[in-house]
Design a protein around this ligand. Structure first.
Ligand code: HEM
Length: 458
């Protein structure tokens, strides 16, 4: 029992997990998603009964999520998860804490203003059409790799004004290595510094260098031709001055570019692969989607003759619902982690300093009591908008001061990619792959990717 803020006695909302600490650790390591799903019905906040030095909790109720991400956000840090990512992306917007984060968010926000997103929409259309032109009837493609390269090309053109051309495959491989090696470390008990020359660390450092080389080359090129980069993230970073009038150091520019590159393309790529997978399984959804897009001018040529790509996207109500439903069942950011910097009281319960909280959109989005037949892929459930559910029952982009800065970009990008591809092709999973298994790396992927076969619609 606890006393709440008014001093009234309240029953605790925290329940202890019944299994032992070792059993929990092993089953989490074996299958984190199933572990989180199993913990969902246990209670609003589930204590893993770990050491008193670092008590760990799984957060299941939207009310607690809101406390952590919004109401008491300043009492929490990202902590350990950021420390792992920081080895690759440095101290950019995703990993910086407190004042440093606040300053960065202020200067980065204009990159995501609506007018900018309208311009990025044209890049999305062009890149997606270019890809669609290469797809051939009946010739299967590794959809995860294809989408990673597409979204990598889009992010580097829209944020850095850089075309990757032949470097794309190599960079995509470097990104993949980085993600795998980071994901392995986030939940492992020991974090070795990258300087320790293990084979994994050497591979990780090599991948980071490939990405850095591209980034530093682009910074140098932008310094030589500033007017060409004027309306890009890179141009903005080069023009920004701090309160003392000093420019942003190159290493901080590198960190922000690395952050946008990594945070800004794998998530969207995964969402689209999941959406195509779900559309193949739910033919009625695919038919309704096609009904919406079949008569739309979804090509670059038609776009240039009239409507803007962004307006086209805004007219695609059902396509957007398909993306929203994809992000519900397969949220790329499957886990959001926080640590209490000081003792904290939430909803009448007390938590000691250093408590760790694991918030999983993946599990919370699968709550039958909120979503009814939650495992079913039904975009129609978004007909009545997301305000029909409690705040933080559906939150694929997190929320509060640390919510996703790229959410509007991502929704537009995923919606347009899906519409352009699905207007020309229906995709089926190549035979012999069975049901897709989710793989929770830094972002939620389909394990082993997915080979898909394009079938021309028209
Ligand atoms: C479907 C695609 C995406 C999903 C599901 C997603 C999800 C998220 C989530 C859940 C967070 C909050 C993490 C936390 O609270 O710990 C986040 C943060 C962030 N995202 Fe996204 N994201 C997506 C696309 C993008 C894109 C396209 C960009 C950039 C172009 C981007 C850049 C960022 C950055 C920089 C942050 C850190 C924001 C901050 O701490 O202020 N994301 N994202």
């Amino acid at each position: 029992m606890n006393r709440n803020r008014k001093g009234e006695i309240s029953l605790t909302r925290v329940v202890g997990i019944p299994s032992s600490r070792v059993a929990n650790f092993l089953s989490f390591q074996r299958d984190p998603l199933q572990f989180l799903i199993n913990a969902l019905p246990l209670g609003e906040m589930v204590s893993l009964r770990t050491s008193s030095f670092r008590p760990t909790f799984i957060v299941n109720s939207p009310a607690f999520v809101q406390e952590i991400l919004v109401h008491q956000e300043e009492r929490f840090r990202k902590g350990r998860s950021s420390n792992v990512l920081r080895r690759t992306i440095g101290d950019g917007l995703l990993t910086a804490e407190h004042e440093r984060h606040r300053q960065q968010k202020k200067y980065l926000t204009p990159v995501f203003y609506k007018e900018r997103i309208q311009a990025y929409a044209e890049v999305v259309m062009e890149e997606t059409e270019r890809l669609a032109d290469t797809l051939q009837e009946g010739v299967m493609v590794p959809m995860h790799d294809v989408m990673m390269q597409l979204t990598l090309g889009i992010i580097s053109r829209s944020m850095f004004k850089t075309e990757l051309h032949e470097a794309k495959t190599e960079l995509a491989q470097a990104v993949d290595d980085t993600i795998r090696l980071s994901a392995k470390t986030i939940f492992s008990p020991i974090i070795l510094p990258l300087a320790v020359p293990t084979p994994k660390n050497r591979k990780h450092l090599k991948a980071i260098r490939s990405l850095e080389d591209m980034i530093y080359d682009t910074i140098a090129e932008a310094r030589r031709n500033p007017e060409q980069y004027a309306d890009s993230l890179l141009g903005l970073l080069l023009d920004t001055r701090d309160d003392q009038g000093d420019p942003i150091p190159d290493v901080e520019i590198r960190d922000q570019m690395m952050t946008m590159l990594l945070a800004g393309h794998e998530t969207t790529a995964n969402a689209i692969v999941w959406a195509l997978y779900a559309l193949d399984r739910e033919r009625s959804v695919d038919e309704r989607l096609y009904e919406e897009i079949q008569d739309r001018p979804l090509t670059v040529r038609q776009m240039r003759e009239g409507q803007s790509a962004f307006d086209l996207y805004r007219g695609l109500a059902y396509t957007r619902q398909v993306i929203q439903e994809t992000l519900r069942l397969y949220p790329p950011a499957w886990a959001i982690l926080r640590e209490a910097e000081q003792p904290v009281e939430m909803l009448g319960d007390h938590f000691p300093a250093n408590s760790s909280f694991l918030i999983s959109p993946y599990a919370i989005h699968r709550n039958d009591r909120v979503f009814g037949d939650a495992a079913a892929f039904r975009p129609e459930r978004f007909d009545a908008g997301i305000s029909q559910w409690p705040r933080f029952a559906y939150f694929p982009f997190g929320g509060g001061a640390r919510g996703c800065i790229g959410s509007q970009f991502a929704l537009m990008e995923a919606g347009l990619i899906l519409a352009v591809l699905a207007r020309r092709f229906r995709f089926t999973s190549a035979p012999g792959q069975g049901e897709a298994e989710p793989e929770p790396l830094v972002s939620l992927r389909i394990k082993n990717g997915r080979w898909m076969i394009p079938h021309r619609r028209v």
